[in-house]
Design a protein around this ligand. Structure first.
Ligand SMILES: *Cc1c(COP(=O)(O)O)cnc(C)c1O
Length: 423
């Protein structure tokens, strides 16, 4: 369910024609629907209503300040993976005491910063991190709340680049090692063990691996309690998939019901870290066709945005539906590659796709681009980062201006010794 629909042959976001947004903000531009973001967050959160829980939106999926503020207003917490993301949560007006901090490479400065903001817990991924956090907390005269991220060695049955809970992945701690750490936890005088954590991957389309992991974690909670440890939080991570191309992921209601039924018996507060499922279908990338081009082998629709704006097709071979803003059916005879301006053959947004007969100047909407879209955009080929627009009903707001050339170069310097050689 989302709020991007045709009305009288023209694509709208909520009550606003995309054409109007392109005129005001230019292209390429990411457009997000506030109604969709709200609805998805609430549907997800409400599916866990039968148990004590906290929904921590995964900031890395879509980190614009306005979007984070929207979730903060809905009472959401946040899952972060860097000090920069914590700074975003702070600046967005989010409650830093509802933040969980994941990631394998947290630095001393990041740990210290997060500790100073009294975050809910650190999801620790290695013994090295435990040692460092213990030292940082001792120095600050504080106790850091810790969950251990368990790597359960369960195959999430998703794309290898986004699977994170296999032995061969860099994430988490193996159960056996985790047990040894728990037994000896008293040695970390400045850490308080409060939870177990897990995140097995993204774009998960089946309940089975999720439930398998949950049952491992529940067993471990029981075992640790018997050993006298206090485990308050059970963090199941994120990963629930969405439909890009007729996939049929579990609905949030089913996900919530099945997990709640099993997690309830632990009496833990459940933490969820959804990203994609909340924002994926709430955003599109609005582009303009620049040229059409035919070679002996192929037809190309060349747009003003490409892998620099949305890297998922190039990176994972991901599928995104592409719709013309002025409605017309795709022609069975018009099979095209939709490509962008970047000087790489991987710069495509769609491949061998039946396409409408578009002309230069026409607008296209790359659908389901809300998650891992803007956040992975780059300045490759010195292309400015695109604008971001948030729509709410009849209103729309530019929530990130398009990067200017000046802004693009703002942090670069030519050192004195090179300036001298000018002659
Ligand atoms: C990326 C990530 C998430 C969110 O994943 P989605 O698939 O977008 O739901 C949650 N937790 C952790 C630790 C992550 O790295």
């Amino acid at each position: 369910m989302h709020h991007f629909n045709y009305r009288d042959g023209e694509l709208y976001c909520e009550e606003v024609p995309l054409q109007k947004i392109a005129e005001a903000a230019g292209t390429p531009t990411y457009v997000y629907s506030a109604a969709t973001l709200t609805r998805h967050f609430q549907a997800f959160d409400e599916s866990f209503r039968n148990l004590d829980h906290l929904t921590c939106f995964s900031v890395k999926a879509l980190s614009n300040l306005a979007v984070l503020r929207l979730f903060a207003n809905l009472g959401g917490g946040f899952d972060i993976v860097s000090g920069g993301e914590l700074y975003r949560v702070e600046k967005a007006g989010g409650d830093t005491r509802k933040v969980v901090f994941s990631g394998v490479s947290k630095t001393e400065a990041e740990l210290d910063y997060a500790l100073s903001k009294d975050i809910l817990m650190f999801n620790v991924e290695s013994e090295g991190e435990l040692e460092l956090l213990n030292r940082v907390a001792a120095k600050a005269g504080k106790k850091a709340r810790v969950a251990l991220r368990i790597n359960p060695d369960v195959d999430p049955k998703t794309h290898p680049h986004i699977s994170t809970g296999l032995k061969s992945n860099k994430f988490g701690i193996e159960p056996e090692k985790a047990r040894a750490i728990f037994r000896d936890f008293k040695r970390y005088a400045s850490l308080e063990l409060t939870g177990l954590d897990c995140h097995i991957g993204s774009q998960l389309l089946q309940m089975e691996p999720i439930m398998e992991v949950l049952s491992h974690l529940v067993e471990l909670v029981v075992e640790l309690r018997e050993a006298g440890l206090v485990i308050k939080y059970l963090d199941l991570g994120g990963g629930l998939g969405i439909s890009y191309n007729n996939e049929q992921p579990p609905l949030p209601a089913e996900y919530g019901r099945e997990i709640s039924a099993v997690a309830k018996e632990t009496g833990c507060t459940l933490i969820l870290e959804p990203g994609r499922v909340i924002v994926g279908n709430a955003g599109i990338l609005l582009l303009k066709v620049v040229f059409l081009k035919e070679t002996g082998a192929k037809r190309f629709v060349i747009a003003d945005g490409g892998m620099n704006d949305l890297i998922r097709p190039a990176l994972y071979g991901a599928y995104h539906e592409v719709l013309p803003v002025l409605e017309q059916a795709a022609s069975k005879n018009n099979i095209v590659d939709l490509v962008g301006p970047i000087c790489e053959s991987a710069d495509f947004l769609a491949k061998d796709r039946p396409f409408p007969m578009v002309k230069p100047g026409e607008l296209l909407a790359v659908m389901s681009a809300g998650a891992y879209g803007f956040v992975m955009a780059s300045n490759y080929n010195t292309q400015p980062l695109p604008a971001e627009v948030l729509v709410s009903g009849k209103e729309f707001h530019v929530v990130r201006t398009r990067q200017s050339y000046e802004h693009l170069l703002a942090s670069e310097r030519i050192p004195e010794f090179l300036l001298k050689d000018r002659g």
